[in-house]
Design a protein around this ligand. Sequence first.
Ligand code: SF4
Length: 286
Amino acid sequence: MQAGRIEIRDGVVARTILSPTTGFIAEAGFTHSLTPARNCTFGCTYCYVPTMRVQGGLKPEDWQRWGQFTTFKSNAAELLRRELRGQQRIYCSPMVDPYQPGEELERMMPRILDALLEAPPRVFVLQTRGPLIMRDLDPLQALAQRTTLRVSFSITTNRENVRKLYEPHCAPIRERLDVIRALRDAGIETYATLAPLLPCDPEELALLALEASGRDLIGDPLHIRSAKPRGATTRDAAFRVSASHHHQKWFDPAFQEEVVGRIQAAAYALGHDFSTGPSGFATLAL
Ligand code: SF4
């Protein structure tokens, strides 16, 4: 199916839907991840997922044409009903945004939320930057009554011109902040996640994110090889954007540390914390 620039391929029948965690999200305290599709139609320039290639469960066309199409796991909800256990701490998802543009037509998440409502895990976290999440507010509120449900909503910069360069298919920052406020007002535990940290005004970003969520901030700088020699890293498209707009210092570890320190200072001044890496994301898994 083709909808504008988005192609939704015929669904695949998956063998399993919950994967035991490893690496970053295991360190944060999650026991399982749930990935409803392969390839993400937000297609962010910095996305680390295509750099994982076969280790990320991708096929060559996924990493060669990242963001241009997606393939949903058509039996995800049925598998979930079989695999859910009460003590699981599930992160959805390290590999795809559950509310990516293709989800508007596919409507996979309502089926997944129905399965979760029947047998809720200990913790369920939705990692997203998609305002489409508001479509599912009713089942999200119901799930929040049954278990620990958290939404981690990505806010990557306060500068709209930067957002358009690095994540042109994502919603404007103002709209994303409004979604955080709406989820919070609806009683959903919602965090503003500053990840990855794109070129921004650190204090202004911290202020906007804190005003919207009212909670401690979580985040991570852009992945860089010098700080992380192996595994997933930023894809080349973001390096090309940064080179043509003189943003290279945002990939420099010393500068990234300075930016993190400035956001921390701004958060502390308002009585909040800002933490990065697995310890930051551990806030979501508790
Ligand atoms: S929303 Fe997340 S998974 Fe999707 S392309 Fe962007 S960074 Fe990658």
